[in-house]
Design a protein around this ligand. Structure first.
Ligand code: DAH
Length: 329
């Protein structure tokens, strides 16, 4: 094949470039022909030069034409590969979303972080000291039966509440303390409103004696509940927890019926949402704190989520029911 034929058959731009160097570069027959002109006989020079120029032009034209063909083929291939089918269905709005439990938990945590509470964590497998004894729940105390416990073989328990984080935190640092602890807890329970694993958010504030009162507790919980549920009435009811004295349970006006009375609020117009109180002196004694006062509270995340999102059966939150979950996108 002569050069023109080879050029016309060049498969790629790189191959064409190699041919150009070979046919027209410094070491090509054409270039050497021009270099040798000075040694040619004077009467031959014009004729040889004309022939060399003809060859050079012919090769240059062939290369240019072939390059145009190859470049357009390359463009077509790239365009075909990068083509966008504008008729294709758009799935970009079908992303995942936070599970309603995580969403409620994040919202609760957000609120308290905004109020200068610090985030804490504690173990799920716990010893009886942190889960019970230090919280004023001695062995054989009937109050332990308020919480049906999963006992492990080595004397450990699955924590029945996030209150264990109060003890870890107070043993690890000095007051003042303002902490919240979200996380999973475990109880032997299963019905419409109970699952063996659920989530709580614990809160604890401790400062020097007299610096923290029940009024502070009442204010922050009312403000939190109004920010979480919207404008519903809130009431504090005297109650009992071993780790607080005095203790209270907190209700919000029924979000389902607007306090008129319905199946969800058992016709009382109120829904119980959390427990709280002033930290019991025995708890401070257990962690070696003196001359302090403080408040604590604990809330069930599933409980708050089902009320906020109006989910009738708590268990449906754990069934990966896409029809339910899709409503939270
Ligand atoms: N630990 C309690 C429970 O699991 C909730 C609770 C009540 C936490 C009162 C507290 C509190 O910190 O002060 O039912």
């Amino acid at each position: 094949m002569n050069y023109v034929e080879q050029i016309n058959a060049a498969p790629t731009i790189d191959a064409l470039e190699r041919l150009r160097v070979e046919a027209l570069g410094k070491k090509s027959a054409v270039s050497e022909g021009f270099a040798a002109l000075k040694n040619a006989a004077p009467e031959e020079k014009a004729k040889i030069a004309a022939e060399l120029n003809r060859q050079k032009e012919e090769l240059t034209a062939a290369i240019g034409a072939r390059r145009a063909v190859l470049e357009s083929a390359e463009f077509e291939a790239k365009a075909a590969k990068e083509a966008v089918d504008i008729t294709m269905l758009d799935f970009s709005d079908r992303g995942g979303s936070l599970h309603p439990i995580n969403r409620a938990m994040e919202e609760i945590v957000e609120y308290f972080l905004g109020m200068n509470f610090e985030l804490k964590n504690g173990p799920l497998v716990e010893d009886e000291f942190h889960n019970f004894e230090a919280l004023n729940l001695p062995k054989h105390h009937p109050a332990r039966e308020m919480q049906d416990t999963f006992y492990m073989s080595d004397g450990m328990v699955l924590r029945t509440h996030t209150s264990n984080v109060q003890i870890h935190t107070m043993l690890a640092q000095k007051p003042p303390i303002r902490m919240i602890a979200p996380g999973a807890v475990f109880r032997r329970d299963y019905d419409l409103t109970h699952t063996p694993m659920f989530h709580q958010v614990e809160g604890l504030a401790v400062d020097e004696k007299g610096a923290i009162s029940f009024a502070n507790l009442k204010h922050i919980l009312e403000d939190f509940l109004n920010s979480f549920f919207g404008d519903f009435p809130v009431r504090f009811r005297p109650s009992f927890f071993p780790f607080t004295e005095p203790s209270a349970e907190v209700d919000v006006g029924c979000v389902f019926c607007g306090s008129k009375g319905c199946r969800m609020c058992k016709n009382t117009g109120w829904l119980e949402v959390l427990g709280c109180g002033m930290v019991d002196p025995n708890v401070f004694k257990a962690v070696g704190y003196e001359n302090v006062s403080g408040y604590a509270f604990g809330m069930g995340v599933e409980r708050l989520a089902t009320l906020k999102y109006r989910v009738g059966d708590l268990r449906s939150l754990f069934e990966s029911d896409l029809d339910l979950l899709e409503q939270f996108r």
